[in-house]
Design a protein around this ligand. Structure first.
Ligand SMILES: [Zn+2]
Ligand SMILES: [Zn+2]
Length: 233
């Protein structure tokens, strides 16, 4: 078995992020065609603001959104943060895989309602702190945003900068995340009156996109929409 895997890895040096089989189809690099087709999309009944699946008949959104009042107008996601998509994002983040960013951008273009791009003035990647982008060598979200900009012709602008180091978000609840992110961003360049698409990898509680949107709107941006690879549900 090891010999076979060894040989395969020489011939096809990529294994599928989902099922771990070796793949050679370049279009689907990091995810084989079967796993790619199987990536779960969000259902029809989702909150129109934060894309969270909802059970109730509330057309005006989920309880969280009604209670908190978002700074962003809405967010769209290419799929659910699980399985092969989760693995792909992990690869992108920690293995410096720019081609995975390209696949992720392709998935977004294929699966979200492209109306999100209508009337948008710029695409802005959610920034990493300078320490984390230096350590990693690149910002995976920037790579995804760059491909989306190339596909749509909407200018890519790094209009938001992270000015405060914040501890990892994933161990914190929403309240702690919000507190953690307070004052973490600042705008760069003119955003006044602009409709802006903020690109991020995963939307969990929405704290990051909300704080970025708050920062942009404080600088007089007109509207902020969120676009992410995956929605954690
Ligand atoms: Zn697979
Ligand atoms: Zn919601």
């Amino acid at each position: 078995m090891n010999i076979i895997n060894g040989l395969l890895s020489l011939l096809f040096p990529t294994e599928c992020a989902g099922c771990k089989r070796y793949i050679k189809d370049f279009k689907y690099v990091y995810v084989c065609p079967a796993c790619y087709d199987g990536l779960r999309q969000l259902q029809d009944r989702i909150c129109p603001a934060c894309a969270k699946p909802i059970q109730s008949e509330h057309a005006d959104g989920c309880r969280e959104c009604r209670e908190r009042g978002n700074e962003f107008s809405y967010v769209l996601a290419a799929g659910v943060f699980e399985g092969a998509l989760k693995e792909m994002i992990h690869y992108m983040k920690f293995n410096n895989k720019k081609s995975a960013a390209k696949v992720a951008a392709g998935l977004i273009m294929e699966r979200v309602d492209l109306k999100i791009f209508i009337g948008a003035d710029m695409i802005v990647p959610a920034p990493l702190s300078s320490a984390s982008s230096t350590a990693r060598g690149y910002n995976q979200t920037y790579e995804v945003a760059k491909y989306l900009s190339e596909k749509t012709g909407i200018p890519l602008m790094q209009s938001v900068r992270k000015i405060k180091e914040t501890p990892a978000q994933n161990t914190l609840d929403r309240k702690e995340r919000l507190k953690n992110l307070k004052g973490a961003f600042e705008t760069k360049g003119a955003v006044e009156g602009k409709t802006i698409i903020v690109v991020d990898d995963v939307f969990t509680t929405g704290a990051t996109i909300n704080e970025i949107a708050r920062t942009l709107k404080k600088a007089s941006a007109m509207e902020v929409r969120g676009l992410v690879i995956a929605r954690s549900i």
